[in-house]
Design a protein around this ligand. Structure first.
Ligand code: DHE
Length: 519
């Protein structure tokens, strides 16, 4: 049979073709021979990522054939185009999208077995190995070759670059002193990294298909939200010891994927929204009785003021009128602002009473997770892009009315600003104009500038430094870069080459829950 060339024939999954004549058993055997040693006998992952349909939802079948045949750039995976023929490769790719015969388990035992501690918390020196403001560092996640870079937020020099787990997703989360950062991967790995010593402290796999992680405002606890299994998993942040697994189900025993979990510092709790059950869950962490344990010089800047009788780590279920796929909070964490992906709009729910207080007229997949807020005149507004509409919506957070719809050059993904910046930035992630970014004047609510940092290359995701004076923007390509801009003059100051830099995360902005940045 002909060897598979680089220009692969499209994989038509359902078509009968001699190339697909292999039976499922033969293909399963092929998998065990060629793939299982890295991706796990049950496809749950190993040194390579998990290969279950849920984990592959973002990889098109044609692309899977290409990866099997030609490998991925900067990965250790062999190119099987040299050893397997076209039919075998197509059959293997097709087989990977089949659900497993038995639902994989990932409970306490599996989580416990995955746990590794490399440098127990407190065992490494307390002084950073480098000379930079530890509260003005940036982590840049480079998804092109699964690395992260640590940047000095004043000089923008790269302090260190290190390998991460495969396919990190969502923002890394810091302890409040900024010393430790926690990364979450789509495959469920949580990595705790010591930024002062540039070493991994501990790792654990919380699930098979994880959404994101949240760290309590006192830096003591980490909560992981999973799609598979349907669970939340709670860890002691010191060394990532498992504390508790919460099966996510309602009173009728119906289970649900978790859309995401966030820390709500003024409430002293984690808030999780669910995808398949009309509930939001609130899980309080214990109120502080002593300074944060995480080594460092600062107590938690955001002490919670909740009812002290509320039991720690116990789920409070808040019934909501719809599923919440995507959500956001007001700065006081009194309300959750959420939307279901299939829905015609959003809604605002009071987190104390559980009452819906407003409907939001937001069609076109509002990306609430990317929302930001600021003061416009005397009122607080929130702004968000839409994933399937070329617009940014601006909403008055008191009346919950949309006060402005800004037409953009395409649907956007991420929005960013900083309290000290007059501008909000939004990308045009989808469509032909994805090399553009818009700059919005936060007072006039008008787009005042549209930049094209590198024609033909995707420009996306901004993060400011701690003072809000300079910012980083990604050229989101394998041979990409991070561009440093002056936040007032919008002048480009510098370019730092990076491999598909996705998110950038400034320690100060994240640990202070700066209004212009993400959770
Ligand atoms: Fe994300 C954050 C959900 C696709 C890059 N994304 C998040 C968060 C959620 C989410 C819930 C907040 C987690 C956090 O920070 O704690 N993302 C989803 C989806 O539902 C969606 C649309 C489909 C999916 O594949 O799950 C999706 N996301 C993507 C991508 O395709 C992106 C562009 C590329 C990638 O790496 O997967 C992507 N998502 C990001 C990034 C963040 C993120 C860079 C962190 C943004 C931030 O500034 O905090």
């Amino acid at each position: 049979m002909k060897r598979l060339c680089h220009a692969l024939a499209p994989l038509v999954l359902m078509a009968a073709s001699p190339a697909l004549a292999l039976g499922a058993d033969d293909t399963a055997e092929l998998y065990q021979t060629h793939c299982a040693s890295c991706h796990g006998e049950a496809r749950l992952g190993g040194i390579g990522p998990a290969l279950l349909p849920g984990n592959l939802s973002r990889l098109k079948p044609d692309a899977a054939v290409d990866v099997i045949a030609n490998s991925r750039p900067a990965s250790q995976m062999p190119a099987f185009g040299e050893t397997l023929d076209e039919g075998d490769i197509e059959a293997l790719a097709r087989w990977l999208y089949r659900p497993p015969e038995t639902e994989p388990r990932w409970g306490e035992a599996e989580i416990g077995e995955s746990h590794r501690v490399f440098h127990p918390d407190g065992s490494l020196p307390d002084t950073p190995l480098f000379d930079a403001d530890p509260l003005n560092l940036f982590i840049v996640v480079e998804t092109g070759d699964h690395h992260a870079s640590l940047l000095d937020g004043d000089s923008f020099e790269r302090i260190h670059r290190f390998e991460t787990r495969y396919a990190l997703h969502g923002g890394p989360k810091y302890t409040p002193d900024g010393r430790y950062v926690f990364f979450g991967s789509r495959d469920g790995w949580i990595t705790k990294y010591d930024l002062y010593n540039l070493e991994v402290v501990a790792e654990v796999r919380a699930g098979i298909n994880m959404r994101n992680i949240a760290v309590s405002a006192d830096g003591r606890y980490v909560m992981a939200a999973n799609y598979l299994p349907h669970s939340l998993a709670l860890f002691d942040a010191h060394n990532l010891d498992l504390m508790k697994v919460y099966p996510v189900e309602n009173a009728a025993g119906e289970s649900s994927r978790v859309s995401a979990v966030y820390a709500a510092p003024p409430r002293g709790s984690f808030i999780a929204a669910l995808k398949d059950i009309k509930e939001v869950w609130e899980i309080p962490w214990p109120l502080p009785t002593e300074p944060v344990v995480s080594t460092g010089h600062m107590k938690t800047p955001l002490a919670p003021s909740r009812d002290p009788s509320r039991e720690s780590f116990k789920v409070r279920r808040i019934a909501v009128p719809d599923y919440l796929d995507d959500f956001f909070f007001d700065p006081g964490y009194e309300h959750v602002i959420g939307a279901s992906r299939g829905g015609q709009g959003g809604m605002v729910v009071n987190l104390d009473s559980g009452e819906k207080v407003a409907d939001l007229p937001l069609e076109g997949m509002p990306h609430l997770g990317s929302g930001i807020t600021w003061k416009q005149g005397g009122r607080r507004v929130m702004a968000l892009p839409h994933l399937s509409r070329a617009e940014v919506s601006i909403i008055d957070m008191e009346s919950w009315e949309r006060i402005k719809t800004l037409e953009t050059d395409g649907p956007g993904f991420f929005m960013r600003s900083h309290e000290n910046s007059p501008y909000a930035w939004v990308d045009v992630f989808f469509g032909p104009n994805r090399d553009r970014v818009h700059v919005i004047d936060k007072q006039s609510l008008e787009i005042v500038e549209t930049l094209t940092p590198e024609p033909g290359k995707t420009a996306a995701h901004v993060e400011f430094d701690r003072d809000g004076k300079k910012l980083l923007l990604s050229i989101w390509e394998d041979d990409g870069a991070v561009i440093v801009y002056d936040g007032d003059s919008l002048e480009e100051l510098r370019r730092i080459p990076m491999s598909k830099p996705s998110g950038k995360y400034n320690v100060w902005n994240k640990t202070r829950y700066e209004e212009g940045t993400s959770h």
